[in-house]
Design a protein around this ligand. Structure first.
Ligand code: FE2
Length: 329
């Protein structure tokens, strides 16, 4: 049996997960940094990670009932993400690998979101829609890499949703009881005219954000703005995903990343999947958000193919693109 410990720290979560190749999740310990107001402040998040890292690591080993000596390799998310946050996880992982003499496996955070989705849902060859606070990507595995078939030209869908509700005075907290403030506030809204932007296979949300806030300042009702902005943002994503499916001839669609926890967005995708006769898979909400388990699981697959780096060469890559990673497993 192979056991891998994974460290996640790309944005607002410091997580440690431990998995075996049965496959089984042996531990999942997390610390979530929640800013008191405004968006995530990278240095503040990193300071909080440093304070909480020992506790999270210890908790994971306790959950797995393992001594660190029993771990075969240490995996770490080296990017993409926020520099100060990434460096905390990298430092912890490098220290563990060097001190205990364990192989260190570099993992791309975006690939890990997809791989945990596949493992937990059983999707085999899907078109993947990866949607989170920092990413909006339509991708599929082709010729050994996750090729990008569409992405946002500016801000990510999750960033758009969070910024809009924050500017409208509806958040933080952004998500209450599993429902995002944008979904909640859309109840009873009517459609008002806001720009719908799809360019080729790509989406764009910054113009929509500006127009929505302009409408708010000119007195349009908040629920009408939320409803219309949501319909446009979600529909443009479904449109490019649908085209990706048609173009690639895929029979499956897989939603991963934090925004995949939005029930309303999933409903929209389900309707499209039904119409196109596709099997749809959605990563469970607990693993839609950032976690150490997905890093451990992806690291385990890489480790079994012999991938590892010397600790001194494990440097963070803030803009490590999904489509530059060789999927060798
Ligand atoms: Fe993420």
């Amino acid at each position: 049996m192979v056991i891998v410990l994974g460290v996640e720290s790309t944005a607002h979560t410091f997580g440690v997960g431990i998995v075996s190749d049965e496959p089984r999740i042996l531990a999942d310990s997390r610390f979530n940094y929640i800013p008191e107001k405004g968006g995530i402040h990278p240095r503040e998040a990193a300071d909080n990670f440093i304070k909480n890292a020992p506790k999270v690591l210890k908790e994971a080993l306790t959950q797995a009932n393992l001594d660190i000596e029993a771990v075969d390799a240490v995996a770490v998310a080296l990017g993409p993400g926020l520099g100060p946050c990434l460096r905390v996880g990298a430092t912890v992982a490098r220290a563990l690998a060097a001190y205990y003499g364990k192989p260190l496996v570099p993992v791309n955070h975006a690939v890990a979101h997809i791989e945990i989705g596949k493992m937990l849902t059983g999707a085999r060859d899907p078109l993947v829609v990866y949607i989170s606070g920092g990413n909006t990507v339509i991708t599929a595995l082709h010729g050994g890499r996750y090729r990008v078939f569409g992405e946002t030209l500016d801000i990510a869908l999750g960033n758009f949703m969070d910024t809009l509700v924050r500017e409208l005075g509806l958040a933080p907290p952004y998500v209450v009881g599993g429902v995002h403030a944008l979904d909640r506030c859309s109840e009873g809204g009517k459609f008002v005219d806001l720009p719908y932007v799809v360019k080729g296979q790509d989406t764009s949300y910054s113009g929509l954000l500006t127009a929505a806030l302009k409408a708010y300042r000119s007195g349009v009702r908040v629920e009408d703005i939320c409803f219309s902005a949501r319909e446009i943002a979600y529909s443009s994503l479904v449109e490019v995903a649908e085209r990706g499916v048609a173009q690639l001839g895929k029979k499956e669609i897989l939603l991963v990343g934090g925004v995949a926890a939005s029930k309303y967005l999933v409903e929209k995708f389900r309707a499209m999947a039904e119409y196109r006769n596709l099997r749809i898979y959605v990563v469970p909400p607990k693993y839609a958000v950032d976690n150490g388990v997905m890093i451990a699981w992806t690291g385990l697959q890489l480790f079994k193919k012999g991938v590892s780096v010397e600790p001194e060469k494990a440097v963070v890559r803030q803009r490590w693109r999904l489509d530059s990673v060789d999927v060798c497993w």
